[in-house]
Write a protein that binds this ligand. Structure first.
Ligand code: GLV
Length: 309
């Protein structure tokens, strides 16, 4: 008898268990509070479980992070010493790319200016720019970043990408390493932050680095708030050094009601949903990893806590 324990405040247990059950005969899916025998819990499918969550489950074999970003998991001091895997789902990458496309094209096509003009009943003609003249910098070229960069390039935009180690992606001008970061930022009319949050990327976009961005640029963050100095970002937006921002993530979530960002008309705020775990497309991969772990085989999409991703 094997139990798969589930924990998430955001994802539906019913949906996940309906989709997983047919793939996992012999495995019972339970919410944490329904587990009767802790020793039968061999697998955990979790998003941000409370501290101490894993302690009762002494026979855990596999921990599956119910999302792409593992920063909230790998930094914990209560992790069991077992393989940890994350979701790596092309549909999640597509969902992310669609959000970033929306946010980038909204700026490329000057939509915020038209939204403001409409509120004033003002006919405000701005001649459309051609996409090749707009430099979009994608900061982070992992699975989600690389897919998004390609989708942006398909729009004819001048897409550049930066990552810690050098990547080569057709049609994208790639640069890498901390020494190349300032030049990359200086060449981004629209910056899209898609890095994982690790000890190396925490606070990477400091006030000094934000100041390297071209005056009047647009800033989009769909990864993690802690990569950016949020106070410096807010000030840059107030000064107009950064003209516009689309922010899906924040250093504190939910963003507190008193935060200045809420009241800024050059900021679009969304509540951390640019991309989410999609049960229908991710369930087969979750089930496959559970079957592999049950057979003692190597799992896919493993995360290495000391590396941070
Ligand atoms: C969402 O932020 C995720 O990491 O899946």
């Amino acid at each position: 008898m094997s139990i798969l324990v589930f924990y998430s405040e955001f994802d539906s247990f019913e949906q996940w268990s309906t989709l997983l059950a047919p793939h996992l005969p012999g495995v019972t899916l339970c919410r944490a509070e329904e587990v009767q025998n802790d020793d039968e819990v061999h697998f955990a499918l979790v998003w941000k479980p409370p501290h101490g969550f894993f302690a009762p489950y002494r026979n855990l074999k596999l921990l599956i992070n119910l999302g792409a970003g593992v920063d909230s998991l790998v930094g914990r001091d209560d992790l069991p010493d077992i393989p940890i895997v994350r979701l790596s789902d092309p549909h999640m990458a597509r969902m992310m790319a669609s959000f970033v496309l929306f946010a980038v094209l909204r700026y490329v096509r000057d939509i915020p200016a038209f939204e403001r003009a409409q509120r004033e009943r003002r006919w405000h003609y701005l001649h459309p720019r051609s996409p090749e003249t707009v430099r979009v910098g994608v900061l982070g070229l992992g699975e989600l970043g690389a897919h998004t960069a390609l989708e942006l390039a398909r729009q004819g935009l001048d897409v550049r990408g930066w990552s810690r180690s050098q990547k080569n992606i057709d049609g994208i001008t790639c640069s890498s390493g901390i020494d190349a970061l300032d030049a990359f930022l200086a060449g981004s009319d629209i910056l899209v932050v898609m890095l994982p949050l690790t000890p190396q990327t925490q606070g990477l976009l400091s006030a000094e680095r934000l100041a390297r961005l071209p005056h009047g640029c647009a800033f989009i963050n769909v990864s993690r708030g802690a990569i950016v100095d949020q106070v410096a970002l807010t000030q840059a937006l107030q000064r107009g050094q950064i003209a516009e921002a689309t922010l899906d993530v924040f250093d504190r979530e939910p963003l507190p009601p008193e935060d200045a960002l809420w009241g800024m008309e050059n900021v679009l705020i969304t509540p951390h949903l640019a991309s989410v775990a999609i049960p229908a497309s991710a369930a087969p991969q979750v089930a496959a990893n559970i079957q592999r772990a049950a057979r003692g085989e190597a799992v896919l999409h493993q995360v290495f806590p000391q590396q941070g991703y």
